[in-house]
Write a protein that binds this ligand. Structure first.
Ligand SMILES: Cc1cc2nc3c(=O)[nH]c(=O)nc-3n(C[C@H](O)[C@H](O)[C@H](O)COP(=O)(O)OP(=O)(O)OC[C@H]3O[C@@H](n4cnc5c(N)ncnc54)[C@H](O)[C@@H]3O)c2cc1C
Ligand SMILES: NC(=O)c1ccc[n+]([C@@H]2O[C@H](COP(=O)([O-])OP(=O)(O)OC[C@H]3O[C@@H](n4cnc5c(N)ncnc54)[C@H](O)[C@@H]3O)[C@@H](O)[C@H]2O)c1
Length: 476
């Protein structure tokens, strides 16, 4: 069997691989995308979309109950079966037909099967029926294989066959009791979801919750979880695990035990680079693949790694941003055009270092971009921190009774610009894009005075921040 030559091979048809392939195809390059499971990847079927679907009903119910008048209309409880059914609709019952149709329309050829490198630019794809296709790339191979959960080395844990996020987002019943291991985004979101679906949840975190976020955000999420009946154990390690009748038994560092019908492991993720043949290229399997800002692997002319697999920012939107830069860089290099790799250029993912937006869909929500106050200090910036209680805003008063929320802006005093912002409160995710624009655009604070937030909205926090900071040129 001969080797088929194409311009570009993309391995992995998750959201990120799809976007790389779209950009290289639009750049005039014949592109083949290889997928061994479902086109659309983790986000569509086992991660973002199903987790948000499981969370949304609880959030909608809380929102209605927080407004007198509407609250009286809520006479029943959340219906888990209807929630799981809606999740199935949102994930298309795990059929990728519509995404395959999208690939067709975009002019991208799909080869189904497992891809492995056999040498530079060469990939062999083995389909589930054993059919083998050998491909060689004239210009580039983009590895977009995503990430896999990391199981901590706790004796007995693997034998319990614990849930990973895939199991938790695809389950059709809430266990009576659930122990969540890990206090990151996955742990906090899925603890929130399953508490709303009726499980009695215990969350065990080795350190605090939501590491890397502002401490006040972690405190609010902890209070929210506890308010929903979740037992939250921070600075706690699970040291052993075993099964006893119907339950899993987790032994904690202090010798106490937790019994739960199910254990969900949410202790982080690493690049999906095993069984990919990257050892043939001199790279280590089982870890993330390091890249430069054009998403190219140092030392290679033709090899790119985009999305979760490079470990820069494990988020769909940020991976898609990388994909646009990488796809355009591949097309430019193939055509012999200049690559604009200066910071904030057309072919680089500069925002990965400076302005990664993230919304954590807990109760309350956390929305953040850029640096926290502590990170700005570590970076050696001379900063001023502006904190504001969102409940003081007219918009918050109208939005919900007993609205609770807080927002922090971190200002770089030497440049007079915002370098970070964090919002905590109901639906604050929708406030985030304005902050992302201010950070990426490095909009001077004195110009922000002319960006007037509408009354009465929660966005008026921007005016309050500016008033607290003071208007340059108006005093003494
Ligand atoms: C529970 C959970 C919730 C999340 N929620 C959010 C959220 O709300 N917002 C957000 O922005 N991010 C969220 N994320 C993160 C987001 O899911 C990832 O950042 C995103 O899915 C990464 O996309 P990707 O294309 O890099 O990888 P993936 O989506 O994993 O795609 C990789 C694809 O490559 C295929 N593949 C792998 N190896 C091979 C091979 N050798 N041959 C052929 N095919 C292969 C896989 O089958 C897969 O389809 C969440 C993650 C989790 C776990
Ligand atoms: N809404 C969103 O944007 C969203 C939602 C879910 C996931 N994600 C992405 O998915 C990625 C993975 O999330 P994650 O929560 O799995 O990883 P994470 O790295 O965010 O959190 C893992 C947590 O587990 C803890 N931990 C590690 N080992 C432990 C152990 N042995 N015992 C107890 N705790 C332990 C860590 O201290 C950390 O707090 C994140 O980077 C996130 O960006 C995003």
């Amino acid at each position: 069997m001969g080797v088929r030559e194409v311009d570009v091979i993309v391995i992995g048809a998750g959201a990120i691989g799809e976007n790389v392939a779209d950009r290289t195809t639009q750049g005039g390059l014949e592109t083949v995308i290889v997928e061994e499971e479902l086109v659309g990847g983790e986000c569509s079927y086992w991660a973002c979309m199903p987790s948000k679907a499981l969370l949304r009903a609880g959030a909608a119910l809380r929102a209605a109950r927080a407004v007198a008048g509407a609250a009286e209309a809520v006479t029943g409880e959340l219906d888990p079966r209807a929630v799981f059914r809606r999740r199935d609709r949102i994930t298309h019952d795990r059929s990728d037909a519509s995404q395959v149709q999208w690939l067709d329309g975009a002019g991208i050829e799909l080869v189904r099967g497992h891809a492995r490198f056999t040498g530079p630019r060469r990939v062999v794809v083995t389909a589930s029926d054993g059919t083998v296709v050998e491909l060689e790339a004239r210009h580039a191979v983009a590895v977009c294989t995503g990430s896999v959960p990391v199981l901590p080395a706790v004796p007995g844990l693997a034998e319990l066959d614990p849930w990973t996020s895939r199991d938790a987002t695809s389950a059709s019943e809430a266990p009576a009791t659930l122990a969540v291991l890990g206090g990151g985004v996955v742990g906090c979101e899925l603890a929130t979801a399953y508490a709303s679906l009726g499980s009695r949840v215990t969350l065990v975190a080795r350190h605090g919750l939501l590491g890397g976020q502002e401490p006040f955000a972690a405190d609010a999420v902890r209070a929210g979880l506890e308010g929903a009946g979740v037992r939250v154990l921070t600075d706690t390690d699970v040291v052993a695990a075993h099964a006893a009748e119907k339950n899993a038994v987790l032994t904690l560092g202090d010798g106490s035990r937790i019994l739960a019908e199910r254990v969900l492991v949410a202790t982080g993720r690493t690049g999906r680079t095993r069984d990919l043949g990257i050892e043939e290229l001199g790279l280590a399997a089982g870890d993330r693949i390091e890249v430069d800002d054009t998403l190219r692997v140092p030392g290679f002319e033709w090899l790119y790694a985009v999305g979760d697999v490079n470990g820069r920012a494990l988020l769909t939107h940020q991976g898609k941003y990388q994909a646009r830069a990488a796809g355009d860089a591949i097309a430019a290099r193939a055509a012999g055009r200049a690559v604009d790799d200066a910071p904030w250029g057309a072919h680089v993912a500069t925002a990965d270092h400076r302005a990664v937006p993230q919304v954590t869909f807990t109760d309350p929500e956390v929305a953040s971009v850029g640096l926290t106050a502590a990170a700005a200090e570590r970076a050696g910036l001379r900063t001023r921190v502006l904190d504001y209680e969102l409940s003081w805003l007219a918009g918050a008063t109208v939005y919900a009774d007993d609205y609770a929320g807080r927002a922090r802006a971190v200002v770089d005093l030497d440049r007079g610009v915002l370098v970070g912002a964090t919002f905590v409160g109901p639906d604050v995710g929708e406030l985030l894009q304005a902050a992302t624009i201010a950070v990426v655009g490095e909009v001077p604070l004195d110009r922000l005075w002319h960006a007037v937030p509408a009354y009465p909205t929660v966005s008026e926090v921007w005016l309050r921040w500016l008033e607290a900071f003071g208007r340059p040129g108006t005093t003494g």
